[in-house]
Design a protein around this ligand. Sequence first.
Ligand code: 13P
Length: 249
Amino acid sequence: MRQNIIAGNWKMNLDFNQATELVKEILDKQKESDVLTIIAPPYTHLKSIKDMLGQTDIRLAAQNCHHQESGAYTGEISVKMLKSVGVDYVILGHSERREFFNEDSLAISYKVSKVLENGLIPIYCCGETLEERNEAQHFHIIEKQIKQGLFQLNELELNDCLIAYEPVWAIGTGETASPDQAQEMHAFIRKTIANEYNEIIANNISILYGGSVKPSNAVELFNCPDIDGGLIGGASLQVDQFIELTQSF
Ligand code: 13P
C-alpha cells in the first residue's frame, strides 16, 4: 500500500563511529510521524545499527546485493546475509551502480527478483542523464529502465516494490528537478505500470523522488500527487535536515 517514505542513502560515507553517532542523534531527535523512515548505511555498519534501532519504527536498507544465493563471488554480499542481520529493504540500480559498476537494468532485474524471493523489499532506482533529458529521451529511458528492471515480476511481486526516480543530473549537484518535472515523470511511471499491469497496482506503488532533496524544497515536491517521499543522499547525513524531511509531508 502506498505510504509516505523518507529513505536516507548514506552511500560510501561515515566510518563506524560516525555512523553510530548519527543513529544515536536520529533516535534522540526523531519526532512522532506517520512517515516510514528508512536508513541505508554501508554494509559494515548494518548489524550494529540494527541492534541500535531495536524495536523502533526506523527500517534498515542495504545499498546493493548480489543476485545469486551464495557461492564463489569474492567481495559480494547475498540477500540471505542481509536478511540474517535484519535488513528490510535493498536499494537496487542506483545510478551510481549503473554508471561506475556497469550495472544494467537486466542485471538489476535478477537482483530485484532475488530480493523479493527472500522476503525483502527492493527500492528500484531509475533516472535519466542530463544529456538524455536534453535530447528529449527521458521518458523513453525511464520506460525502458522500468520495463527491463521490473516487468519480469507478477502483480503481487510488483506490489511489494518501491520505486525511486532519481534524475542523474540532480544527484549531488544541488540542482533539483522542479516539482512539475518530477510529478510529470512519476505520473508517467504510474502510467507505464498501469498499461502493463493495471491501475490498482500503479496507484498502490510508492514512488520516491531523489536528487538534492533538502528541507527547503521537500514540501513542494512531496505535495505533488504522485510523489510519495524521497530517497535522500547528502541531507540524510545531517541529523536536523533528515528529521525535518520526515516532517515535510
Ligand atoms: P543527493 O540527495 O545527495 O542528491 O543524493 C540523492 C541520491 O542519490 C539518493 O540515492
